[in-house]
Ligand binder design. Structure first.
Ligand code: PGA
Ligand code: ZN
Length: 423
């Protein structure tokens, strides 16, 4: 048994240049592992709390020195002596130390950095790949999963809070067919991304990249973004509906105000039913395969209506709706609100709780999409997490920007290891 003997933390920067937490866990064997945590911008209201210093004189209030101190002074010493391979006990101890329902005392960012560093340490000390160790943990949590490299979901155009442009919808996805190998899928994504850049340039649309590496153009409507992706795919060697599909993360809570949705595609604000009708139209034009957060995170009745309307035609994904939270997932299963979950470990704050959420989703027959956040570091933990939990999809942004590519490249090495039978 290898015990945690030392834990230390520091403030580093994420891909937006904002502070985040990096933690090192050391075992009594001398092995160490380091983990850093991501941060969202379009965070769901019900996510676990990311602790920030809120001191305007430092990092514009975004510092995480309190979270770092919480690891160094309380959370770290609190897990000294625990067996690093007993993730459930470690995470339970972290939850108890914090003592709040939403991890607001010590911060989900502080807690998750310790939790992930322990997961990594356990893999290192046992000399097994991280994805295999996560697979063992998944099985322990009751997930019937085989290690697999998931299909990538590429966020090709960044709107909403992630773009510098004027689009209301947050993400416009290209999703290669699940029958493709991961390397084929990555190649498809890159080739379409290059064509899309040229097409945006031809239209005179600004195409600097947004937070997740997708282009952030100014266009007339959200439908235009789908249109230009559609055109780019038509010019490629790939066929829509066979090799590649389109998807959306609408992140609708962002443009929901006073009971209706204002989008540039329509001159008047839309109510829930009118927005659902507009999605039907977009689906008829662009054959969407996924739609994420199509409605406000509290509009349960409309989610049910939308799911009923699209069931069997496209995958309805809950992100802000579910926030990787067991209770909200249970509610969504009972209410038949969606049939897929976006899994983000930092929405809940520990590895073990994330696995329990995956189990719930799988038991309901849902699809699982493991996801990055818009603010990331080069830590590629979620690539191993996605593979070890047998996730269907991995949403790590566009195939551009170092912190996104770090994860896509990690999936390449996992694919190669699996092909060569290395365990
Ligand atoms: P976020 O966006 O990381 O800014 O929350 C990602 C998403 O909505 O999927
Ligand atoms: Zn989302």
């Amino acid at each position: 048994m290898s015990k945690v003997s030392k834990v230390w933390s520091r403030q580093i920067l994420d891909s937006r240049g904002l502070p985040t937490v990096e933690t090192v866990v050391q075992l009594d064997t001398g092995h160490t592992a380091v983990a850093s945590v991501p941060a969202g911008t379009s965070t769901g209201t019900y996510e676990a709390v990311e602790l920030r210093d809120n001191d305007p004189a430092n990092y514009d209030g975004k510092g995480v020195s309190k979270a770092v101190a919480n690891v160094n002074e309380t959370l770290g010493p609190g897990i000294w002596g625990l067996d690093c391979t007993d993730q459930a006990t470690i995470d339970q101890r972290l939850i108890e130390l914090d003592g709040t329902k939403n991890k607001s005392k010590y911060g989900a960012n502080a807690i998750l950095s310790v939790s992930i560093a322990c997961t990594k340490c356990a893999a290192i000390v046992q000399n097994i790949p991280l994805y295999n160790w996560i697979n063992t943990l998944s099985k322990r949590a009751g997930v019937d999963a085989k290690v697999r490299v998931p299909t990538p979901v590429f966020n090709m155009i960044n709107g909403g809070l992630h773009g510098a442009g004027n689009l209301d919808f947050q993400e416009f996805h290209v999703i290669p067919a699940t029958s493709k190998t991961y390397s084929e899928a990555l190649k498809i994504g890159v080739e379409i991304y290059i064509k899309l850049g040229k097409n945006l340039e031809r239209r005179g649309a600004i195409h600097s990249v947004g937070d997740e590496g997708g282009y952030a153009p100014n266009l007339f409507t959200n439908a235009d973004a789908l249109e230009v992706i559609f055109e780019s795919i038509k010019e490629s060697n790939y066929q829509i509906g066979r090799d590649v599909f389109l998807g959306l993360d609408v992140a609708a809570s962002f443009f929901y105000k006073n009971g209706s949705y204002s989008i540039r595609d329509k001159s008047n604000p839309l109510n829930d039913d009118a927005l659902i009708d507009y999605y039907k139209y977009l689906n008829s034009q662009y054959h969407l395969s996924h739609i994420e957060d199509p409605l406000h995170e509290d509009s349960w009745e409309s989610w049910k209506k939308l799911y009923e309307a699209f069931k069997g035609q496209l995958t309805v994904v809950g992100d802000d709706l579910l926030v990787t939270n067991q209770e909200r997932v249970e509610k969504a299963i009972n209410e038949k609100a969606c049939d897929a979950i976006l899994v983000k470990p930092n929405q809940v704050g520990t590895v073990w709780e994330t696995l329990l959420v995956v189990k719930k989703a799988r038991d309901a027959g849902w699809k699982v999409i493991t996801s990055h956040r818009s603010g990331e570091t080069n830590d590629w933990f979620i690539a191993d997490f996605a593979s070890g939990t047998g996730s269907d999809f991995a949403k790590f942004g566009a195939p551009c920007r170092g912190e996104r590519v770090a994860k896509y490249n990690r999936l390449l090495s996992i694919e190669a290891e699996l092909a060569s039978g290395q365990k």
